[in-house]
Design a binder for this molecule. Sequence first.
Ligand code: MLT
Length: 286
Amino acid sequence: MPLSTALGAPRVVDVVPTLQTLRPEDVAGRVAVVIDVLRATSTIVAALGAGARDIRPVATPEEAQARLARLEASRGSREGLLLGGEREGFRLPGFDLGNSPLEYTPKTVAGKTIIFTTTNGTQTLRRAAGAHRTILVASFLNASAVAERLWTCPTGIVLACAGTRGWFSLEDTLLAGFLVDSLEKRAADSGAAVGDTSAAPGPFVFRDLARSAAALYRTLAGGSGEDLARVVVTADHARYLTSRGFGADVAYCASLDLLAVVPEYARGRVTLAAAGRRPVPNPRSG
Ligand code: MLT
């Protein structure tokens, strides 16, 4: 089956389980959706939802400092610039912010450029950028807004989970499953089943891991938002974060559809795509 699609042609939907298995040749010409529920993509969504101007993902803390120095030199001021991110879950020395979405309030980030580095999430964004023009950023916080955007996208879709240090992450796969489940349900409701090209740019073809992720989501978390929160807290990285005092972050990152924004990564910056420019403050706004 050809992997590339044109308008009206079948749209292949696939899931990549970890950053390390994201191969540029498999994803070229498709829309990539980067997923790191705990916590990088949730933090990016929260920051942009709170009015941040843009996020600049970088690979290392050193690169973040160097980027800050360059921007500061070119602007003649550090005003409007923040350093954010983590290693081992904790804020880095000299950084303004860590990787807790709850820190990214309108008061702290509105109008700011945030240079951001995390262990897995920002690496996944940068790896996807090697092959893509359109890269969306998804979390449970903006899950339905992303699903809405995917419904109309004319190409194949790769749901790129960051995973955790090369390992499968339950929470990322559940979000991939939520997105597949949303597309499947909508296709069924609109009669746009495989083989019917009338109701959307092209029928979806869900590959094995996409179907498996949707089945996992429906089995473990599909009943209600409470089910979702209950299962996310049991994930390996959720337990690590909770043991380090970040339990409130885990609960927040497991909240469905708090923010109707669709961040897009292009030319080194994550910003709100025009269609998703509807900032909504997070509960710690102030
Ligand atoms: C990552 O990018 O690896 C994570 O977001 C780690 C974390 O929870 O801070």
